[in-house]
Design a protein around this ligand. Structure first.
Ligand SMILES: [Zn+2]
Length: 134
């Protein structure tokens, strides 16, 4: 899946927007996300048909994606997940390894998980990225 990356302040954002919501700079680039993250929050929806898991997944790069979890029998918060290859829209499944294939010094770590409920991508407010001084 593709996310936006600001070349000025090096923050990531998702969903796509015409400017960087962190620094206000011009149109951010699009990059391929690592496809890994952790469950930020979830709910199991029991409605007409098979129950399914609706989840907020915090990508390794930082942004949050509202998605489905598949193949996860017992979902839990902070659980490592990975993108189901080829899924569109993006769907995630369980993963025992997080970030093993993430390289490069411009990837924001997953140390922002604890602040998930103070910076939401869903309310339209600015995503502030991580607190690690970037
Ligand atoms: Zn920026």
């Amino acid at each position: 899946m593709r996310i936006q990356h600001c070349t000025s302040c090096r923050s990531y954002q998702h969903y796509p927007r015409p400017i960087c919501v962190t620094c206000g700079d011009g149109r951010p680039d699009e990059v391929e996300a690592a496809g890994t993250g952790t469950v930020d929050s979830f709910t199991v929806v029991h409605r007409a048909g098979e129950p399914f898991v609706l989840a907020r997944v915090r990508l390794t790069e930082g942004p949050i994606v509202l998605t489905h979890l598949t193949g996860v029998a017992d979902p839990r918060c902070d659980q490592p997940v990975r993108l189901v290859e080829g899924s569109d829209p993006p769907v995630f499944t369980g993963s025992d390894v997080i970030g093993s294939d993430v390289t490069g010094d411009d990837v924001i770590g997953s140390d922002v998980i604890g602040s998930a409920f103070t910076e939401s991508d869903f309310t339209g407010s600015a995503f502030t990225g991580s607190d690690d001084g970037l």
